[in-house]
Ligand binder design. Structure first.
Ligand SMILES: [Zn+2]
Length: 291
């Protein structure tokens, strides 16, 4: 009788222990699930090309798709494991180093809308991307000055260049790159595609009032972009150069010197891997390299 009683107590002790462990496991999973919802900006390491992911409570916006399918791995890691939807895909430039991985993304993710500017690219590989967008009946919008994407948590993306109706049929894509400004309560993130000095001059007055946390350095650190005067106006705490092995001399040492001169902390995707800015509870940004 005594032994039976003893076993009963032991049974309850074990059961309670199991429940405590399960409970702890549940809350740990719950908090890690919630932490995935933190607002973040990720500069994806895709080789010589561009790709950035903006994630908030309101959704995911992917800017550019890198040069090829190499984007799939970092993108899958940057998104929560269950997430297979990209709310908006913005193509900043119709060169292959910006759209090259898009066809693979369209096959694996549900892309709810696409935004691009007025360059007509007749390349066969770009036509395949366009055909897939048409096949899936994905709505395409102008990525032009005046367009805005509002998130449900008091943040927005403002498109500041090019102007609607600006068109190019001669594939001069760089100076029609889409420029967008992600505005958060703690500061802004500027994405400049592959623009050069001329467009920077045009945008000076538009960007002069904001406080910039980070700048995606234009055109992979080209010597024909990121003028001293433009960098002084933006004055970002961090500068991210998205670059891989290339024959263009990207990034140019002069551009790096100009960034150093304004005191920006420089990150390079070829040296630092994926760069993740995660918003913390006390309204600052934590930066992680690679993952
Ligand atoms: Zn480019």
């Amino acid at each position: 009788m005594k032994t039976k009683e003893h076993m009963k107590i032991r049974f309850w002790k074990i059961l309670i222990l199991i429940l405590i462990v399960l409970n702890a496991f549940f809350w740990l999973s719950f908090f890690s699930y919630l932490s995935k919802f933190n607002s973040s900006v990720t500069y994806l390491s895709v080789g010589q090309g561009d790709s950035e992911l903006i994630s908030t409570f309101g959704g995911h916006v992917l800017i550019d798709a890198g040069p090829n399918a190499s984007i799939l791995e970092p993108l899958a890691k940057a998104l929560p494991f269950y997430e297979k939807t990209i709310d908006v895909f913005v193509l900043s430039n119709q060169d292959k180093d910006h759209y090259g991985g898009l066809l693979e993304i369209l096959k694996r993710y549900k892309v709810r809308s696409v935004m691009m500017a007025g360059v007509i690219n007749f390349d066969e590989s770009f036509k395949m991307v366009k055909d897939e967008i048409i096949k899936q009946q994905i709505p395409v919008f102008w990525a032009a000055q005046g367009a805005e994407i509002y998130f449900s948590d008091n943040r927005k993306i403002k498109f500041i260049y090019p102007n609607k109706g600006m068109f190019s049929e001669n594939k001069s894509t760089n100076d029609l790159s889409v420029v967008l400004d992600y505005q958060t309560p703690t500061g802004n993130f500027l994405f400049t595609g592959d623009i050069g000095f001329k467009i920077e001059d045009m945008l000076m007055s538009v960007v002069s009032q904001a406080k910039y946390i980070a700048l995606k350095v234009a055109h992979h650190g080209s010597k024909y972009a990121s003028s001293s005067i433009f960098l002084n106006v933006i004055n970002p705490a961090y500068a991210i150069i998205e670059v891989g092995k290339n024959s263009y001399g990207h990034p140019d040492p002069g551009t790096i010197s100009r960034l150093e001169a304004i005191g920006s902390q420089i990150f390079r995707t070829d040296q630092n891997g994926n760069i993740v800015f995660s918003e913390t509870k006390n309204q600052s940004w934590k930066i992680n390299q690679s993952f």
